[in-house]
Design a binder for this molecule. Structure first.
Ligand code: MN
Length: 315
């Protein structure tokens, strides 16, 4: 059997033209610990991978990418980001791969950009960062993106983006740390995943695969209860939990909790868990040690670190 690499698949970078968007929520004058890492597509990234025994990264742009730009600008900036990422992959083909950034404000162009980057650049799929001008991608006008992903046999990674301004105003404005990983990202991305599950998308594209980070954004823990309520919808062809278990993969990014890992293993099985760090927001070493010391068999750890991702992304 060929050596399967240790692969981390929610690892970020940014382009100079999309940095300002990704700094939303960071107080003025403060340089966050992750600031310089996002700009590095070479030495520092490789050094921190080596120190943690991470052999390969699938790299994606930081949120929210170009999803809230006007359509034409979004197309141009997404293409620029993908070209920049491809240059890094080309310089280090045995260490880096890519998930495309998509110009979701123009869904047809987004589908075309997915195809271009998968067929020409060897990208492994794409990452979508939450809302597009306030809309989730279960709306029919976005389905062409998922249709193309299914045709290309690549997954779409649904990643958090900033919550809707009305949600921030109603729920979080008194407590700014709630907007992001405090809970806002989780509500936002879990909502996105549920909407995709119950909108009929998977009936139309039965081979479509979706990846969720952060141990599934709370959904594995809530699967029984969400299923009880969501499956009352007589319009659903299958139960919510069946869509979720069949179409979703869960990564360990930025959520290094053993109770959470054990819950995902119990609800989804270890075949559905993929290793990810969320570098540079989270530490490679901490992520790797989390799996090495996990209460799982060596066989399961190997599946999570290497084999599940190699199979899904055809590495
Ligand atoms: Mn992330």
């Amino acid at each position: 059997m060929a050596h399967a690499k240790v692969v981390a698949i929610e690892e970020h970078f940014w382009t100079p033209n999309l940095q300002a968007e990704a700094m939303i929520g960071v107080p003025a004058g403060l340089t966050p610990h992750w600031y310089t890492g996002l700009s590095d597509l070479a030495d520092r990234r490789l050094k921190e991978m080596d120190e943690a025994g991470i052999e390969f990264q699938v790299i994606a742009h930081a949120p929210p990418g170009a999803q809230n730009k006007p359509a034409e600008e979004s197309v141009r900036l997404s293409r620029e980001a993908n070209d920049m990422l491809y240059e890094a992959c080309r310089a280090h083909p045995d260490r880096f791969g890519g998930f495309a950034l998509l110009p979701t404000p123009d869904p047809e162009a987004a589908a075309d950009e997915l195809e271009r980057t998968v067929t020409k650049y060897g990208f492994k799929g794409a990452m979508i960062h939450g809302l597009t001008h306030g809309s989730f991608t279960d709306e029919k006008r976005f389905w062409c993106i998922y249709e193309r992903a299914a045709a290309l046999n690549v997954p779409i990674y649904i990643h958090p983006g900033p919550p809707h301004p009305a949600v921030i105003d109603a729920y979080f404005k008194d407590y700014p740390t709630m907007v992001g990983a405090g809970i806002g990202f989780t509500f936002e991305t879990a909502t996105h995943a549920i909407r995709l599950s119950i909108c009929g998308l998977f009936d139309k594209f039965p081979s479509l695969r979706i990846i969720l980070g952060h141990m599934g954004e709370g959904l594995p823990f809530l699967l029984w209860r969400c299923d009880m309520a969501l499956s009352r919808d007589k319009g659903l062809k299958r139960k919510f939990q069946d869509y979720f278990r069949e179409h979703f993969y869960i990564t360990t990014s930025g959520n290094f909790s053993y109770p959470a890992l054990t819950c995902v293993a119990a609800e989804m099985s270890t075949d559905r868990i993929l290793f990810a760090v969320d570098w540079p927001y989270a530490s490679n070493k901490e992520g790797r040690e989390f799996i090495d010391n996990a209460p799982l068999s060596p066989h399961d750890k190997d599946k999570i670190l290497r084999h599940n991702t190699a199979k899904l992304l055809r590495l």
